[in-house]
Design a protein around this ligand. Structure first.
Ligand code: SF4
Length: 292
């Protein structure tokens, strides 16, 4: 459904990670969240163990490694939460032109300029977020982890996720490919795709989760024939292992990617894939198109 007004459309298509003089956190109006999502950036140095050509993080301008302060993150979040009224409506000046119904607080999302689970402070941050959520039950927001799925086999990461999901939360885990060949073009990582699949199976032993999959063209070439079948095969194996996959979120490029060779796929391609996921694998799927 198209955004209702230009201000909303602009906010939903442009997600700056800078807010005021804050270091770690930033509020955005998110189409996928259905309201305001507060991002927590644990990768100030922009470090990631993927090198996705569609990534929107500009790594041509390096940033030094910076310590993560859990107490400073909490202080920023407390300030942001103070901007929401008793009904959870955001009163920040920046969103003044957005209708109240579109700027209700929905979630705090651990994501940022790289893979958040790589941060040594990931576990303590999750613990702090769970405590913060418990202290503000009237705001009724979720805690979300957006992850590329590479480190879901680590004990400290799984412990952090348990904190995040202890009250009300979700994991959105990336799976962008079915074949190792396409994966190494669209994600580029030393972590193999089989390990991603194994990690999702491991996560599913303890927690339900959602899968996020981005499809795009590269150098004018769409995902090759057989790629969709291989992708569906991985989904089937993950589901058959007992994972409770609540939804597969299908999307394509939302904003300007790091590499111009990367192009969006059509909504028709995503809709066809959605139908196959639902009928052949039996997992609910949703197309998010070109906006997130
Ligand atoms: S996993 Fe996310 S942050 Fe890392 S390179 Fe890919 S899109 Fe960028």
């Amino acid at each position: 459904m198209p955004p209702r007004n230009p201000d909303l459309a602009r906010e939903q298509s442009h997600h700056p990670r800078e807010f005021a003089d804050f270091v770690y956190t930033y509020p955005v109006v998110s189409r996928r969240s259905g309201g305001v999502s507060i991002g927590v950036n644990l990768n100030l140095d922009k470090f990631c163990n993927f090198d996705c050509p569609y990534c929107q993080v500009d790594r041509t301008v390096p940033k030094p490694k910076q310590a993560i302060s859990v107490s400073a993150i909490r202080a920023e979040l407390e300030k942001l939460l103070a901007a929401f009224d008793a009904n959870g409506i955001c009163g920040l000046e920046r969103f003044a032109a957005i209708a109240a119904a579109d700027k209700r607080l929905r979630d705090i999302a651990v994501s940022g300029d790289g893979e958040p689970t790589m941060a040594p402070e990931f576990g303590p941050v999750c613990e702090m977020l769970a405590a913060l959520q418990s202290s503000r039950p009237e705001l009724d927001f979720q805690l979300i982890l957006i992850t590329n799925s590479t480190l879901l086999d680590r004990g400290n990461v799984l412990a952090g996720i348990s904190h995040l999901l202890s009250r009300k939360g979700e994991v959105w885990a990336k799976l962008d490919a079915g074949t190792e060949e396409w994966y190494q073009r669209v994600n580029i990582s030393r972590v193999g795709l089989d390990r991603i699949e194994a990690n999702l199976i491991r996560l599913g032993q303890d927690h339900p989760y959602k899968i996020q999959s981005l499809f795009c063209g590269l150098d004018g070439v769409l995902p090759p024939a057989g790629e969709q079948d291989a992708y569906l095969g991985r989904l089937r194996r993950i589901k058959d292992s007992g994972s409770d996959i609540r939804e597969v979120q299908l999307h394509t490029l939302a904003r300007k990617p790091a590499q111009a060779s990367c192009t969006p796929v059509t909504l028709g391609l995503l809709q066809d894939l959605r139908g196959r996921i639902e009928t052949e694998i039996g997992i609910p799927a949703r197309v998010y198109g070109i906006e997130t």
